[in-house]
Design a binder for this molecule. Structure first.
Ligand SMILES: Nc1nc2c(c(=O)[nH]1)N[C@H]1C(S)=C(S)[C@@H](COP(=O)(O)OP(=O)(O)OC[C@H]3O[C@@H](n4cnc5c(=O)[nH]c(N)nc54)[C@H](O)[C@@H]3O)O[C@H]1N2
Ligand SMILES: Nc1nc2c(c(=O)[nH]1)N[C@H]1C(S)=C(S)[C@@H](COP(=O)(O)OP(=O)(O)OC[C@H]3O[C@@H](n4cnc5c(=O)[nH]c(N)nc54)[C@H](O)[C@@H]3O)O[C@H]1N2
Ligand code: SF4
Ligand SMILES: [Mo]
Length: 718
C-alpha cells in the first residue's frame, strides 16, 4: 500500500456492549475516520456519539500507552515506564508468592461490565485455581434476568424486532433503550418499531427519552416493581385473559400461582407503587391482548435486594400470555457457537467451595449458578477483615470500582490494603491510581475478536478486526494468555485465535474466514419448544419453580418493601424525605468513562440531579443550582435539573462521576460519586446478593454562597 492511501476495513464498534457495524478508515497506520455501515441488520446504518468519538478517544493525549510500575508509595502518583516482559514477569512472581503463602483464592480477578475479555478473565481465574472473580453485573445487572429466564423457560429471551412480524405492544420496564439499550443498536430497532406503530408503555419514575415516545407512562415509586408485576399477574388471571392454550399445554404450576396472587390486587399495588389501579389494569390488558408483545426490562429491576423475585415476576408475565418465541414476541436464543472454553474443570471442587458468597447466594456463586462468581461486598469485606481468609491481590481488568461499586470508601481502604493491585485500562482513573502496576489496554479498533449480541439476537456473529496499533497497548486476552504462560497455567498453550476458531466450529468457519465475510446471521427459528419442549426440569414454563424451592428460595414471586423507604424506615424518612434513584444512563457516557473526551464532555459537563418542580420548590432550589444530595451515608455535589419529567419526591442522580481534569490520585472521585450515597451492606437479595442502588432515601440542600464559591474554585483548578 502506498503512502497516503486510505484503507477501509469493516469492523464492529465495542464502545458499549453493543456491536454497531462500522467502516474504519486507516491512513499511514492511523485511524482517521469511522462511519456506520449502511446495511447493518441491527444498527440500521447508525452509530451513537460514543462510538463515533473513537478516533478522539484512541489518540487522546492522556491515553495509557506503556506498562507502568509504581515508584513511590501507593497512590502518590509516581510511575516508572517499564516493558511488558518486566511487568508480566514481576506480576507473575508476586502471584506465585501469594499463592505459596495463602493459596490461589487470595488472588481476586475483577472486571467491569460485559467487556470483550470477559470470558478470558473467567478462564484465567479457573486455570489459576481461584474461585474469586467478580464483575458488577453478576448480582446487580443482567444475571438475575438471565437466570430468571433460564429457570422459568430454560433460556434467555430477547425482543423480536427483526422478523416479518414486529411487536404491537412494548413494555419498557425500568429500561431506557433509546439511550442505554444493551446496547445502542437496539435503540435504532426500538425506534423503528415505535415508528411503525407499536404501542409503548414505560414503567419508570422518570419520563425518560423512551417514555416520551410511549402511549403510557407509569411513574413508579423506585424499588417497588415486583408489586406491580404481581398485580399484573393478578389481573391477567382474574380477568381470564391469559393465553389458555399456552398455559394448559406449556406451563407448570398455574393453580399455585393463581392462589398465590389472590391478594395482590391492583388496588394493593397502587398503594405500594403509586401507580393508579386503572393504569395497572390497562397495562396488563394491553400486554395480554394486544399480541405479540414484548417486555423490554432493564437494570432498574436488579438494583434492589429483591432483584431476583422481581425479575421472576416479570418473566412469568411472558409465560402467562404466551408471548414466548412467537414472531414479534420475546424469542428464545439459538446458541450457534461453541461456548467459551472457560476451563471450569480446572478449578478443583475444594476451591469452588471457597468462593466468597457461594454458600449464601446460591444463584450467584453456588453450583447452580449460570456463571459462578464471587460476591463483591463479600470480597471487599474479606480484603479488609481477612475473613473467611486473607485476600492479597486484585487483578482488575476494565472496571473502575471506586466509582461503580457501592460504598467507595470501603473499596478505597481495600485497594490501599492489598499487597498487589494490577489495573488494565485505557486511562489513568481513581482506581488505577492506587495500583502497583498499570497495563495499557487495546481499544476496539486494535482488537481481533468475534462479536455476539446475546442481549439482542443470539443468532448473529460478527468479526471485529485489529486495524491499528497505538503505543504498546495490548488486547486484554493476549495479556492474560501471556501472563498465564509465565505462570505455566493449564490451557496457556492455546492462542486466542485457537479459542475463536473453536467457538466458530459449529458454523464451519475459522476466524480468518469470518473476517473475510464479516458476519453470519442465520434466520431465527420460532416456536422451538413445540418440537423439544422448554429446557426446564418439567419441559414447561415453570410458573412455580420446584428448583427454587429446593434451594430454599421462594418458588413463587414475592414482593419485599425496599429496606430503606418511607414504609420500612419511617423515622429515617423524617430526616431523608425524598426517594433516591441512581444511574439512569446518559447517552454521552458509558458509566465512568469518556469524561476526558472533550467533544463529549462539552455536551454534559456536570453531574446532574433531576427533581420535580414541586420538590425543588419545597427545598428552595432552582434549575441549575449546585446542590448537595445527602443520604444516611454521605453527601455529594450535583447540579439540579428541575423537570416535570420525574415523579415528585424522587431524586434521580447520575452515577460514575469523577473529574479526570483534576489532580490525582482522587481526581475528584469524592465530590459527585453517586455510590457515596449507596450502601454495600446487607440486606442483600437472598439468591444473588444484589444490593440497593435505586429506591433509597435522601434529602437535598442548596450549597450556600461560601460552599458554592469553593466548589467553583475547585472546578477550575487544573
Ligand atoms: N450508583 C450506581 N452504581 C452503578 C450503577 C448504577 O446504575 N448506579 N450501575 C451498575 C452497573 S449495571 C454496572 S454494569 C457497573 C459498571 O461498572 P464498571 O464496569 O466498573 O464501569 P466502567 O465505568 O465502565 O468501568 C470501566 C473501566 O474500564 C475501562 N475499560 C473499558 N473497556 C475496557 C477494555 O476493553 N479493556 C480495559 N482494560 N479497560 C476497559 C474504562 O476506561 C473504565 O475505566 O456499574 C454499576 N454501578
Ligand atoms: N449510554 C450508555 N449506555 C449504556 C450504559 C451506559 O453507562 N451508558 N451502561 C450499560 C449497562 S452496563 C447497563 S446495565 C444498561 C442499563 O440500561 P437500562 O436497563 O436502560 O437502565 P438505566 O438507564 O440505568 O435505567 C433505566 C430506567 O430506569 C429508571 N428507574 C430508576 N429507578 C427505577 C425503579 O426503581 N423502577 C423502574 N421501573 N425504573 C427505574 C430510570 O429512570 C431509567 O430511565 O445500559 C447499558 N448501556
Ligand atoms: S451504540 Fe454502542 S456499539 Fe453502537 S456506536 Fe454506540 S457505543 Fe458503539
Ligand atoms: Mo450493567
Amino acid at each position: 500500500m502506498g503512502k497516503n492511501e486510505i484503507q477501509v476495513y469493516r469492523s464492529v464498534c465495542r464502545s458499549c456492549h453493543g456491536g454497531c457495524l462500522a467502516h474504519l478508515y486507516v491512513k499511514d497506520g492511523r485511524l482517521i475516520r469511522v462511519k456506520p455501515e449502511k446495511g447493518s441488520p441491527f444498527s440500521h446504518g447508525q452509530m451513537c456519539l460514543k462510538g463515533l468519538s473513537i478516533v478522539e478517544t484512541l489518540y487522546h493525549p492522556s491515553r495509557l500507552t506503556s506498562p507502568l510500575k509504581r515508584s513511590g508509595n501507593k497512590g502518590e502518583g509516581h510511575w516508572e515506564k517499564i516493558g511488558w516482559d518486566q511487568a508480566l514477569n514481576e506480576i507473575a512472581g508476586h502471584i506465585r508468592k501469594i499463592i505459596q503463602s495463602h493459596g490461589p483464592e487470595a488472588v481476586v480477578m475483577g472486571q467491569g461490565t460485559g467487556r470483550h475479555h470477559y470470558m478470558q478473565v473467567v478462564r484465567f481465574a479457573n486455570a489459576l485455581g481461584t474461585p474469586n472473580w467478580y464483575e458488577p453485573g453478576l448480582a446487580n445487572c443482567f444475571f438475575p434476568r438471565i437466570t430468571a429466564c433460564q429457570m422459568t423457560y430454560g433460556g434467555f429471551v430477547t425482543a423480536d424486532y427483526y422478523g416479518e412480524k414486529t411487536p404491537r405492544t412494548i413494555i419498557f420496564w425500568g429500561h431506557n433503550p433509546l439511550v442505554s439499550s444493551p446496547d445502542g443498536e437496539l435503540a435504532f430497532s426500538v425506534k423503528k418499531a415505535l415508528n411503525a406503530g407499536a404501542v409503548g408503555i414505560a414503567i419508570d419514575p422518570r419520563r425518560s427519552e423512551t417514555a416520551k415516545r410511549c402511549r403510557m407512562w407509569l411513574p413508579i415509586r423506585p424499588g417497588t416493581d415486583a408489586a406491580l408485576a404481581l398485580a399484573m399477574i393478578h389481573v391477567i388471571i382474574d380477568e381470564n385473559i391469559y393465553d389458555r392454550d399456552f398455559v394448559e399445554n406449556w406451563t407448570a404450576g398455574f393453580d399455585l400461582l393463581k392462589s398465590h396472587v389472590t391478594d395482590y390486587t391492583p388496588r394493593w399495588a397502587a398503594q405500594v407503587t403509586g401507580i393508579p389501579a386503572e393504569d395497572i389494569i390497562e397495562t396488563a390488558r394491553r400486554y395480554a391482548l394486544e399480541k405479540p408483545g414484548v417486555i423490554e426490562w432493564g437494570v432498574a429491576l436488579e438494583h434492589t435486594p429483591n432483584a431476583f423475585q422481581t425479575v421472576r415476576a416479570v418473566a412469568i408475565l411472558r409465560g402467562l400470555t404466551g408471548n414466548i418465541d412467537i414472531p414479534g414476541g420475546d424469542i428464545l436464543g439459538m446458541h450457534i457457537l461453541n461456548p467459551y472454553p472457560v476451563l471450569r474443570d480446572k478449578l478443583p471442587l475444594e476451591q469452588s467451595r471457597k468462593r466468597i458468597g457461594s454458600a449464601e447466594f446460591k444463584l450467584l456463586g453456588g453450583f447452580r449458578a449460570q456463571l459462578p462468581s464471587a460476591h463483591i461486598p463479600g470480597v471487599f469485606s474479606a480484603i479488609l477483615d481477612e475473613t473467611p481468609y486473607p485476600i492479597k491481590a486484585l487483578l482488575n481488568f476494565g472496571s473502575n470500582p471506586l466509582t461503580t461499586i457501592a460504598n467507595p470508601h470501603r473499596v478505597h481502604q481495600a485497594l490501599m490494603k492489598l499487597e498487589l493491585v494490577v489495573v488494565a485500562d485505557f486511562f489513568m482513573t481513581p482506581t488505577a491510581a492506587l495500583a502497583d502496576y498499570i497495563l495499557p489496554s487495546a481499544m476496539w479498533p486494535e482488537i481481533n475478536h468475534i462479536v455476539e449480541l446475546p442481549f439482542i439476537a443470539e443468532n448473529a456473529v460478527f468479526a471485529q478486526q485489529k486495524v491499528v496499533q497505538v503505543g504498546e497497548c495490548r488486547q486484554n486476552e493476549d495479556i492474560l494468555i501471556d501472563l498465564s504462560r509465565r505462570l505455566s497455567l493449564p490451557g496457556s498453550e492455546e492462542s486466542f485465535e485457537d479459542i475463536l476458531d473453536y467457538r466458530l466450529q459449529p458454523l464451519g468457519v475459522t476466524f480468518q474466514e469470518l473476517k473475510k465475510i464479516s458476519m453470519i446471521y442465520p434466520p431465527h427459528e420460532y416456536l422451538k419448544f413445540k418440537a423439544k419442549g422448554f429446557h426446564t426440569p418439567s419441559q414447561k414454563v415453570e410458573l412455580f419453580s420446584a428448583s427454587l424451592k429446593r434451594m430454599g428460595y421462594d418458588p413463587l414471586p414475592t414482593y419485599k418493601e425496599p429496606p430503606e423507604s418511607p414504609v420500612s424506615t419511617p423515622e429515617l424518612f423524617d430526616r431523608f424525605p425524598l426517594i433516591l434513584t441512581t444511574g439512569g444512563r446518559r447517552k454521552e457516557f458509558f458509566h465512568s468513562e469518556l469524561r476526558q473526551i472533550a467533544s463529549i464532555r462539552t455536551k454534559r459537563p456536570h453531574p446532574a440531579a433531576e427533581i420535580h418542580p414541586v420538590t425543588a420548590n419545597d427545598s428552595g432550589i432552582a434549575n441549575g443550582d449546585w446542590i448537595y444530595v445527602c443520604s444516611p451515608r454521605g453527601k455529594i455535589k450535583m447540579k439540579a435539573v428541575v423537570t416535570k419529567d420525574i415523579r415528585p419526591g424522587v431524586v434521580n442522580i447520575d452515577h460514575g462521576w469523577w473529574f479526570p481534569e483534576k489532580s490525582g490520585p482522587d481526581f475528584g472521585v469524592w465530590e459527585s460519586n453517586a455510590n457515596i450515597l449507596t450502601s454495600s451492606m446487607p440486606p442483600y437479595d437472598p439468591a444473588f446478593g444484589s444490593y440497593q442502588l435505586r429506591g433509597l432515601l435522601c434529602r437535598i440542600e442548596k450549597l450556600n454562597a461560601d460552599e458554592l464559591a469553593k466548589s467553583l474554585q475547585a472546578r477550575s483548578d487544573p
